[in-house]
Design a protein around this ligand. Structure first.
Ligand code: NAD
Length: 405
């Protein structure tokens, strides 16, 4: 038995101005939920700091909200608040609105940015862990029965590539006692983060485990794959609703980066051999999955419910070859700025969303063409100097990723 939007609720979307949060807020509002966005607009500030704006022109949050009311008739609330710094403000909002669900997107999410230097490493840890912890403390202190839906990442599992199917959060093991008995245990899948950003998501998991046990907070942790695409059914309704599309070396996720490179005649920048296999999901499926997760919360006292939010896996060089075939782009292998396995296999269970009725959008069935079209439409906004990945995983590593190998 599962529900999709059948029970309308009052939902707070932390990070609702971002790439995943904005289309999710619109989708939930369209389904009839009362939605309030909490965001400190730090993503816009980091875009200014990096001098790398979204490919798509993003309206101000006020204009976005006004446009949504115009086209849909639905109101969205907005609170400009830093959930990592302003605990009292966050607690006051929770106490006032008493939401049924809080969806937590409000973290610094770029692995390369988190590795840029000491300031960015410390910011990513302070921001992500304090934000998550403040939310959990406030819910526990206020004794509110709120379902927390958190956006985690597939990256917490690591990419060991030995053929094991990655389960949804937990590993069932048998532990041998000193007298030779085998005891069954279900443990959080051991994390193997590949960046400071991924490390914060690994640490978030422990915070969730503790507060689910200690305070019976109902928590769903969505281990999401790399998101591609930009528009959803709701963001297409008006130009002022258009979603952000990051293409720069820090925030541009791999497939979107290839698509914009193809649109402007820049060679597709494959890191190393391109043998890295990663999990992917289209942004339209992101918003559908979150609606499904909201409608299917765990019970109070249940352990954290982990769902793998991904629909397919691809090797990076195969993605580049696919984009090159469709667009005629050239592929360039560049020095990998990251410390990661050059080649890996990846098998992932996503049974829980499939069981809830998700019908995945895959690369082969459609939306790639739309994303290529968006890339071409806004190609004149691209700053080519921002494309190479310049953040190194260790300062003593060789040349930056602009160097062809
Ligand atoms: P994003 O940077 O576009 O959005 C994050 C939003 O949170 C921004 O609007 C930002 O201003 C806000 N924010 C950050 N810190 C905040 C704070 N302290 N207080 C209030 N607001 C704050 O990122 P995104 O791509 O939309 O990712 C959203 C979530 O999904 C992240 O937690 C990310 O780790 C996760 N995720 C994203 C991807 C992806 O491919 N984009 C993949 C896996 C997981």
């Amino acid at each position: 038995m599962f529900l999709l939007g059948a029970v309308m609720g009052n939902i707070l979307v932390i990070g609702g101005d971002g790439f995943c949060g904005w289309p999710t807020a619109l989708h939930l509002s369209n389904l009839g939920h009362e939605v309030t966005i909490v965001d400190n607009l730090s993503r816009r500030a980091i875009a200014d700091e990096l001098g790398a704006q979204s490919l798509t022109p993003i309206a101000s949050i006020e204009d976005r909200i006004a446009a949504w009311q115009r086209v849909s008739g639905h109101q969205l609330g907005f609170v400009n608040l830093d959930v990592a710094q302003d605990y009292d403000g966050l607690a006051a909002v929770l106490n006032l609105l008493k939401p049924d669900t809080v969806i937590h997107f409000g973290e610094q999410r770029a692995a390369p940015y988190s590795m840029k230097g000491p300031r960015q490493k410390r910011y990513t840890v302070d921001n992500n862990l304090n934000g998550t912890h403040n939310l959990l403390v406030a819910i526990a202190e206020l004794k509110l029965d709120i379902h927390v839906v958190h956006l985690g990442t597939m990256g917490v599992y690591g990419y060991d590539g030995d053929g094991l199917e990655i389960p949804e959060g937990y590993l069932d093991v048998k532990v041998e006692t000193p007298d030779g008995r085998l005891l069954p245990r279900s443990i959080l899948y051991p994390t193997n983060p590949g960046s400071v950003y991924h490390m914060t998501k690994s640490l978030d998991q422990l915070l969730f485990q503790f507060y689910a046990k200690n305070d019976q907070i109902r928590i769903t942790d969505l281990h999401q794959g790399i998101v591609w695409g930009t528009q959803t059914d709701e963001t297409r309704l008006d130009d002022a609703l258009i979603n952000r599309f990051d293409y720069d070396g820090d925030y541009g996720t791999v497939l979107n980066r290839f698509l914009i490179e193809a649109a402007i005649g820049y060679p597709l920048t494959v890191h190393g051999t391109g043998g890295q296999t990663r999990a992917f999901i289209n942004i339209q499926d992101t918003v559908r999955c979150i609606a499904l997760a909201v409608a299917n919360p765990p019970e109070r006292g249940e352990r954290v419910r982990v769902r793998n939010q991904m629909t397919e896996t691809h090797r990076v060089r195969d993605l580049a070859a696919l984009v090159a075939k469709i667009t005629g782009a050239r592929v360039d292998r560049v020095q990998n700025p990251r410390l990661e396995a050059a080649e890996n296999e990846l098998f992932v269970s996503n049974r829980s969303f499939i069981a809830l009725g998700l019908e995945p959008i895959t690369l082969s069935n459609g939306l790639l063409a739309e994303t290529i079209e968006i890339s071409q439409r806004f190609a004149d906004r691209v700053d080519r100097s921002k494309i190479p990945a310049a953040s190194l995983w260790r300062q003593d590593m060789p040349e930056a990723a602009s160097h062809t190998i």
